[in-house]
Design a protein around this ligand. Structure first.
Ligand code: C2O
Ligand code: CU
Length: 462
């Protein structure tokens, strides 16, 4: 912690994209500050960074220091901030005692840059790899390993990749909040074991985190219009967030904005998903707890307690003028509906020896039959959940749009390019994607224990 180069996440934003789109800076002393990374390339449209995965120490709140694995020694890893059209060059070195990769979650890129161990072999201890690709789409993305991801992500390997676009809405304050949880033992170390419930539900921690901080206090000015860009990086926990007395304006998720943003008291963010929210702070000083409320995702998970994630402290001089909440955004190009050409059925089963496994079309990865589609084709497909619990479905390399949920057409006001979506128990989604990049692309449940226990497959674009 002491030698880490820390500065405000928003200072990082300002320095890497010094233009009028940069958001205003936040007040100092914020425990949710993300680590800064140095851009090694003077070209304004190239972000070139050195990333290293290595063992480090991180202190979670008032607990004893925890041995972690981290990018450049920081949990979360450093914020990578760029603009649409920029090229990202990440010179990566693996200083872990085991193989790893970096997967750039949500980014449309060439298959050999995707970090999938099915496309190219993982990076061995001591080895390096140069990831390089163009950032085509605005949004908040994130990066994490795709080898033993349940272990490696849990140990602290994850970071945010922000891609700013031309049409960013105006706000008084903007924060990136990486939601996570860890299960800490009394000595500060991470509980490594997987009990039966962790296998079934995905590992849930006893300590909730925002940007690696435990129940931090975030400071805002009275009346401020605050934009929160959230990503759920937890292995299994769903975040169901509420700010009592305030309401969220839901701007968008994953790779864009809703044509018609909507207001909600609670927002559910499942593992891997991002949400882009705005909230107006009260005009008078005070404190509001950000709460994570229970959500029934199967196996009686609704009985979990309400947990505090952070305190929002409203203080200081009120903002001078009230910025308006965004009311609409231009819609993304809608892919024309068509009949589905394949379906992916998700299930859980106990083998005769009592072992639990998670399946796609009756098989556990790597035995799931590959789906073949032609390059540049557009396919509708069904994802169906036959199991008794929810699974967040994630597709690599492409966005999808929702055509229907359980047969009911998705309203045009909710048209959105997504890469991760909740597939609730016993329900189905009809999705549509343009498969415009050749190669082998993974899809899986983003509850990382489920993915590692078989709920994963590949689409081969040829
Ligand atoms: Cu964020 Cu294949 O995962
Ligand atoms: Cu799952």
């Amino acid at each position: 912690m002491t030698t880490r180069r820390l500065a405000l996440a928003l200072v990082a934003l300002l320095s890497s994209c010094a233009d009028e789109e940069a958001p205003p800076a936040a007040p100092g002393g914020d425990p949710t500050t993300l680590a800064v990374i140095e851009d090694m390339n003077p070209a304004p449209d190239v972000l070139e960074v050195n990333l290293e995965a290595r063992a480090s120490m991180h202190t979670y709140g008032s607990n004893p220091p925890t041995p972690v694995w981290a990018y450049n020694g920081a949990v979360p890893g450093p914020l990578l901030s760029a603009r649409v059209g920029d090229r990202l060059v990440a010179r990566f070195t693996n200083r872990l005692p085991e193989p790893t990769t970096i997967h750039w979650h949500g980014i449309r890129l060439p298959a050999d840059m995707d970090g999938s161990p099915m496309v190219r072999p993982p990076i061995l201890p001591g080895d390096s790899y140069r990831y390089e690709f163009t950032l085509k789409d605005p949004g908040l993305y994130w990066f994490h390993p795709h080898v033993r991801s349940d272990i490696q992500v849990q140990r602290g390997l994850y970071g945010a990749l922000l891609v700013r676009g031309p049409g960013e809405p105006e706000s008084d304050d903007e924060r990136i909040l990486m939601l996570d949880d860890v299960r800490l033992k009394a000595d500060g170390s991470l509980a490594e074991f997987l009990d039966d419930r962790s296998k079934m539900m995905g590992r849930e921690g006893n300590t909730l985190l925002i940007n690696g901080a435990v129940t931090p206090t975030l400071r805002f000015r009275p009346g401020a219009l605050v934009r929160l860009r959230l990503v759920n990086t937890a292995n299994g926990r769903f975040f169901h967030l509420r700010l009592p007395g305030l309401s969220w304006r839901v701007l968008g998720s994953d790779g864009g904005f809703f044509p018609e943003p909507y207001d909600a008291e609670r927002v559910l963010i499942t593992p891997g998903e991002r949400y882009d929210l705005m909230v107006r702070m009260p005009s008078t000083a005070g404190a509001i707890d950000l709460l994570n409320e229970p959500y029934e995702r199967g196996h009686e998970s609704a009985h979990d307690p309400v947990m505090k994630v952070a305190t929002f402290l409203v203080e200081g001089a009120p903002v001078e003028r009230e910025l308006p909440l965004p009311g609409s955004f231009s819609a993304p190009e809608a892919l024309a509906p068509r009949e589905p050409t394949f379906s992916l059925r998700f299930n859980e089963e106990f083998l005769p020896d009592g072992e639990l496994r998670f399946t796609v079309n009756g098989k556990a990865h790597p035995d799931v039959p590959m789906t073949m589609v032609e390059r540049d084709s557009i396919h509708a497909f069904d994802v169906i959940n036959d199991s008794d619990m929810d699974h967040p479905f994630h597709l690599h390399g492409f966005f999808f749009q929702v055509l229907a949920r359980n047969g009911a057409p998705e309203p045009p006001a909710r048209l959105l390019n997504k890469d991760t979506i909740l597939l609730p128990a016993k329900q189905s989604l009809r999705l549509i994607s343009r498969f415009d990049e050749p190669g082998m692309w993974m899809y899986h449940c983003h509850i990382l224990e489920h993915a590692e226990l078989g709920m994963m497959g590949e689409i081969h674009v040829h």
